[in-house]
Design a protein around this ligand. Structure first.
Ligand code: S3P
Length: 169
């Protein structure tokens, strides 16, 4: 079995499969798995939706960075980040310094199918493809700074995890 000697950060839009792929990848290579959104929930005792509603996006973004920077990164880990995390240059630099960044690239059509029945703070219901398109377009130049891009539309999380393992580990 291959061993991880650096951290792997999964970035990409909500609904692109970062948490599912991250869990499988970490299981397959016996590394730790960290879900940044879940860490924020644990730390604040509030859901992501509640943080957005009660405190707003700016506070959420601060909390997101603080939570990440306080993580115990002593052992090589697979980290699933929130969709907006790499937009902050400081966060992007932090990930680059600590490991490799993988963009799970999904089309708006597939993202819509995956999240249309969920509550997403940045996407008022009913969730529209055009709205996902506009968020995705505004972020593409940042996501493209990843070390590796994986097209997720036609593959299941097991296959995507395997591809990351083959290409990066
Ligand atoms: C966000 C994505 C969410 C969560 C928050 C903001 C974003 O995480 O951090 O709702 O800005 O795209 P996931 O990408 O894990 O769904």
């Amino acid at each position: 079995m291959k061993n991880l000697n650096k951290h792997i950060f999964l970035i990409g839009m909500m609904g692109s499969g970062k948490s599912s792929v991250g869990k499988i990848l970490a299981r397959d290579i016996c590394s730790a798995f960290i879900d940044l959104d879940q860490e924020i929930i644990n730390r604040s005792g509030k859901s992501i939706e509640t943080i957005f509603n009660e405190e707003g996006e700016e506070i959420f973004r601060k909390l997101e960075t603080e939570t990440a920077f306080d993580l115990n990164m002593n052992e090589p880990s697979v980290v699933a980040t929130g969709g907006g995390f790499p937009l902050n240059e400081t966060n992007l630099t932090w990930m680059r310094e600590l490991g490799k960044i993988v963009w799970l690239k999904s089309s708006s059509e597939i993202i819509l199918k995956r999240i249309e029945h969920e509550n997403r703070p940045l996407l008022p219901r009913p969730i529209k493809k055009e709205h996902i398109d506009s968020i995705l377009n505004s972020r593409i130049s940042v996501y493209k700074q990843a070390d590796l891009f994986i097209d997720t539309d036609r593959y299941d999380p097991e296959q995507i995890a395997k591809e990351i393992e083959d290409k990066l580990i």
